[in-house]
Design a protein. Structure first.
Length: 219
C-alpha cells in the first residue's frame, strides 16, 4: 500500500520525481538549482527546477501529438476525478480490445498495470502500450480515461502515435507513467489533476486512489 491518511486509504500511484527518474531517451532529465539556502544565510529555501513535462505520472494534452490542438490548461478536469477500475494484465504485450471488452465502462476510467514492478530509474524500450484496437474499443464504449504504468500509449518506435490520436478522437483522457505496484485490482476513486501550465503539451500529476470502493454489482 502506498499510504494511509487517517481512517481513509490513500493509494499514491505517482512516481518519485528527481535526478534519477528515467525519462524518454533524449528528453530533458530533472535537475534542481538552489536559488536561496537557509544554511547559506538566507531566510528560506528556494529552488528552481528544469524537467520535461513528460516525467513520472503525467497526462498528455492533445497538443502533444496534434499541432495546434488544445494545450494542457484547456483539458476537461472532470475526466481526471471519479470512479475507476484498476486491472492487471496477466500476460506481456499490449492492451488489446479483448481486454477492454471484459470490463464495465460504467467504471468510467481504466487503469492498467502491465507489470508487477517497473523501476523508476531504469528505462525499458520494450514497455507495454495500448493497441490501436484497444483504443478504438475504449472510445466506442465511452470510457473517460485510460491510465497505464508505462511511458506511452504507443509503442517505443511509433511515429504515427495512432493510439494517442484514437483516444483523443474518442474523448478518452490519457495518464501515463503510473505506479500501480501493490495496488489490488478493483474499483477506486481517482484524483489526478494536471497543473495549469499555459501552452504545455503535458503535465505531471500527483495521482492518488481512494478506496477500494464496493463493486457496483454488490452495492
Amino acid at each position: 500500500m502506498r499510504g494511509i491518511s487517517g481512517a481513509e486509504n490513500i493509494w499514491d500511484i505517482s512516481r518519485p520525481i528527481g535526478e534519477t527518474t528515467a525519462v524518454w531517451p533524449g528528453d530533458t532529465r530533472f535537475s534542481r538549482e538552489w536559488v536561496m539556502r537557509i544554511d547559506a544565510g538566507a531566510s528560506c529555501n528556494v529552488s528552481t527546477i528544469r524537467t520535461t513535462v513528460h516525467i513520472g505520472a503525467h497526462t498528455d494534452a492533445p497538443s502533444h501529438f496534434i499541432d495546434g490542438a488544445p494545450s494542457i490548461e484547456a483539458v476537461d478536469l472532470a475526466k481526471y476525478i471519479g470512479p475507476c477500475r484498476v486491472v492487471h494484465l496477466k500476460e506481456p504485450g499490449p492492451l488489446k480490445a479483448e481486454h477492454v471488452a471484459a470490463f464495465d465502462p460504467s467504471d468510467e476510467r481504466l487503469l492498467v498495470r502491465t507489470r508487477p514492478h517497473i523501476p523508476d530509474d531504469d528505462w525499458h524500450h520494450d514497455f507495454a502500450h495500448c493497441g490501436v484496437d484497444a483504443a478504438h474499443e475504449l472510445a466506442a464504449r465511452g470510457w473517460k480515461l485510460l491510465g497505464i504504468d508505462t511511458p506511452s500509449m504507443d509503442f517505443m518506435e511509433s511515429k504515427e502515435l495512432a493510439a494517442h490520436k484514437t483516444l483523443l478522437a474518442g474523448g478518452v483522457a490519457i495518464l501515463e507513467g503510473l505506479d500501480l505496484e501493490g495496488v489490488p485490482e478493483g474499483r477506486y476513486e481517482l484524483i489526478a489533476l494536471p497543473l495549469k501550465i499555459v501552452g504545455a503539451d503535458a503535465s505531471p500529476v500527483r495521482a492518488i486512489l481512494r478506496g477500494p470502493l464496493p463493486d457496483q454489482s454488490s452495492s
